[in-house]
Design a protein around this ligand. Structure first.
Ligand SMILES: NC(=O)c1ccc[n+]([C@@H]2O[C@H](COP(=O)([O-])OP(=O)(O)OC[C@H]3O[C@@H](n4cnc5c(N)ncnc54)[C@H](OP(=O)(O)O)[C@@H]3O)[C@@H](O)[C@H]2O)c1
Length: 324
């Protein structure tokens, strides 16, 4: 019989619910345990998503020898501590984005995972969704010619409530780390690290960025990228990548499974994709495939790519004067 991989979930908040629902779509993945700071909450989550065990502390889950891999879904500032807790207890880890509050934390976690031969990946799920994979394939096979221009934004009007994490600096609030990470990821994946970064932001009264605008310039390749994030307004949140032979337009919300058009030499090619689940099943499949092969990193989204992403986010934050 095929081995079942036992997943544990730390911090059952909003995203953990979607993730737990998508685990059911992946062969060989079993939601085994969930841990909350409050036992009753863990029990309710376990009942809702059919997990076998509920724990009232993250430590208990990390110490359970039956857990193979842990999905960390706490607010950003705790990702480092909770990932480390699991790695030190010999667990493989899939950590929500951003994997650390800075590149140094990402580097440290990567080292611990490598030294202990444990799997570690940042849950940058967009990398694995069919629409992004198609966009990446079209670009890398040269269908739109040489890439010259990239545009991506991710904006929504967030509820102003500082008891929640989005505007709360102690909980890692701010649009860049929460949603701006996606447009930055998009440009890095499709064009690599830029030669120049220009960033500016509106910092709100809680000290975090409520709007962030970023321009990447690639002098050698002749590419520019215009990227933005905001908690102040709703926008369609689309992405565009244009080259010398055509362009690709990813529709709203481009960072999750969606449709896209590729306009190549004036001809429109429309691509639509499977819309089952929330779209987290694709990153879960990637993790499962790596575990089955015995790989301690994803080849598609290796730790070096997370490090590049976080070095870039650090540079942007330095320019907008945001320190955590
Ligand atoms: N991939 C995606 O599409 C996506 C989407 C949304 C969010 N995320 C990421 O997932 C993480 C969680 O986001 P979320 O929206 O699910 O957050 P959330 O609803 O606020 O849930 C976070 C959970 O973390 C736990 N927690 C531990 N220490 C905490 C503290 N000091 N204050 C508040 N909560 C604490 C809480 O669970 P217990 O009290 O039960 O332990 C809470 O339910 C974020 O880092 C975010 O970037 C990813």
């Amino acid at each position: 019989m095929e081995k079942q991989w036992n997943w544990g979930i730390i911090a059952p908040g909003k995203i953990a619910e979607k993730f737990a629902s998508d685990i059911k779509l992946v062969d060989g993945a079993n939601l085994y345990a969930v841990a909350s700071r409050t036992l009753g909450k863990a029990q309710a989550f376990a009942n809702q998503f059919d997990a076998e065990i509920a724990y009232g502390s993250y430590e208990e889950l990390a110490e359970d020898p039956n857990v193979d891999i842990v999905y960390i879904a706490s607010p950003h500032p705790f990702h480092f501590e909770h990932s480390l807790l699991c790695l030190k207890n010999d667990k493989h880890v899939l950590c929500e984005k951003p994997m650390g509050m800075n590149a140094q934390q990402v580097e440290e976690l990567s080292k611990v995972a490598k030294d202990n031969n444990l799997f570690l990946m940042e849950a940058l799920w967009t990398k694995f969704i069919p629409s992004f994979r198609k966009c990446y394939e079209l670009v890398h096979e040269g269908h739109i010619g040489e890439v010259k221009y990239i545009q991506a934004n991710f904006c929504f009007k967030a509820e102003y409530d500082i008891s929640k994490r989005l505007f709360n600096k102690e909980l890692g609030g701010g649009s860049l780390l929460d949603i701006g990470i996606y447009p930055v990821f998009f440009a890095l994946e499709l064009a690599g690290k830029p030669d120049e970064i220009l960033a500016s932001a509106v910092i709100g009264k809680t000290g975090v960025d409520e709007n962030c605008n970023i321009v990447f310039t690639y002098r050698q390749k002749g590419i520019s990228a215009s990227l933005s994030s905001s908690f102040q307004v709703n926008t369609p949140s689309e992405a565009l990548i244009a080259g010398t032979k055509g362009y690709i337009r990813m529709y709203s919300k481009w960072h999750e499974p969606t449709s896209l058009d590729a306009v190549i030499d004036g001809h429109i090619h429309h691509y639509a994709f499977d819309e089952s689940g929330f779209g987290y099943q694709y990153e879960i499949e990637e993790v499962m495939n790596c575990l089955i092969r015995g790989d301690s990193q994803s080849t598609e989204f290796p730790l070096a790519k997370s490090l590049r992403l976080h070095e870039t986010l650090d540079s942007i934050r330095q320019q907008i004067g945001l320190e955590y």
